[in-house]
Design a protein around this ligand. Structure first.
Ligand code: KIV
Length: 256
């Protein structure tokens, strides 16, 4: 995990994407990513839920096992799903299950509020990636995916969250939908890398949901994503070609 601090010191960017299945994990790993995350975004882009708040630990374990079979060199991080890290003891117990499923590190949402959980995990020898800013597991309480850190007061709260996560022993921290200037300040204040999603270009690294990057979830693409492919359209075209090819010749029947 020290590698990530050194990477930051050298000014090298950290690259990270999500995976939820074996072939995607293997492809991402072969392409040379630093971190592959089994995110609880699994709920939306794979399981068809409205948000991440219905994702269960069993679902995370099932998909972490699949991803672990495909990852040889990237660091494999798995999300702690909602309701599974309310206390330090519960966080450690849940994380041990994810590590048993093949994760090498875990991620949880929260800063100052979850410093005790992060400390307990690090003491138990489980590497932890923090996640502050917009917290998708709170999307229902907050009424949407809203930009964080716009005002000076909000920026201070986020800076305190970043510091708490670092002091508790995290090796990196995700900044989700944080105002670019605030993300820059947090990045400058911390020794561990900040990994941004919708938080501008000043972060030490970037993370995206793979389905957004490759255009595999065409019904919703966050504003900050610039897709690099249109896999949904490829699937539609291949399916139509298959239907046409199959239906082109009538099957011979007894009457022929
Ligand atoms: O669940 C997820 O996919 C995430 C990120 C993309 C940061 O937490």
């Amino acid at each position: 995990m020290q590698d990530f601090r050194e990477k930051k010191r050298r000014g090298e960017r950290v690259t990270s994407l999500t995976a939820y299945d074996y072939p995607t994990a293997r492809l991402l790993d072969e392409a040379g990513l630093d971190i592959i995350l089994v995110g609880d975004s699994l709920g939306m882009v794979v399981l068809g839920y409205e948000d991440t708040t219905d994702v269960t630990l069993d679902e995370m374990l099932h998909h972490t096992r699949a991803v672990a079979r495909g990852v040889k060199r990237a660091l494999l991080v798995a999300d702690l799903p909602i309701g599974t890290y309310s206390s330090p003891e519960q966080a450690v117990a849940t994380s041990r299950k994810l590590i048993g499923a093949g994760a090498q590190a875990v991620k949880l949402e929260g800063g100052v509020s979850h410093a005790a959980q992060i400390k307990a995990l690090v003491q138990a020898g489980i590497p932890l990636m923090g996640h502050i800013g917009m917290l998708p597991q709170k999307v229902r309480e907050e009424g949407g995916y809203k930009l964080k850190g716009r005002t000076a007061a909000e920026a201070e709260v986020l800076l305190a969250d970043g510091r708490a996560v670092e002091e508790a022993g995290a090796f990196a921290v995700v900044l989700e939908i944080v105002a670019a200037e605030t993300a820059r300040q947090i990045t400058n204040a911390l020794q561990i890398p900040t990994i941004g999603i919708g938080s501008g270009e000043s972060c030490d690294g970037q993370i995206l949901v793979t389905h957004d990057l490759i255009g595999l979830f065409p019904w919703f693409t966050p504003k900050f994503v610039k897709p690099e492919a249109d896999v949904a359209e490829e699937i539609r075209q291949a399916t139509k070609a298959f239907i046409e090819r199959t239906q082109a010749h009538r099957r011979l029947t007894a009457e022929d």
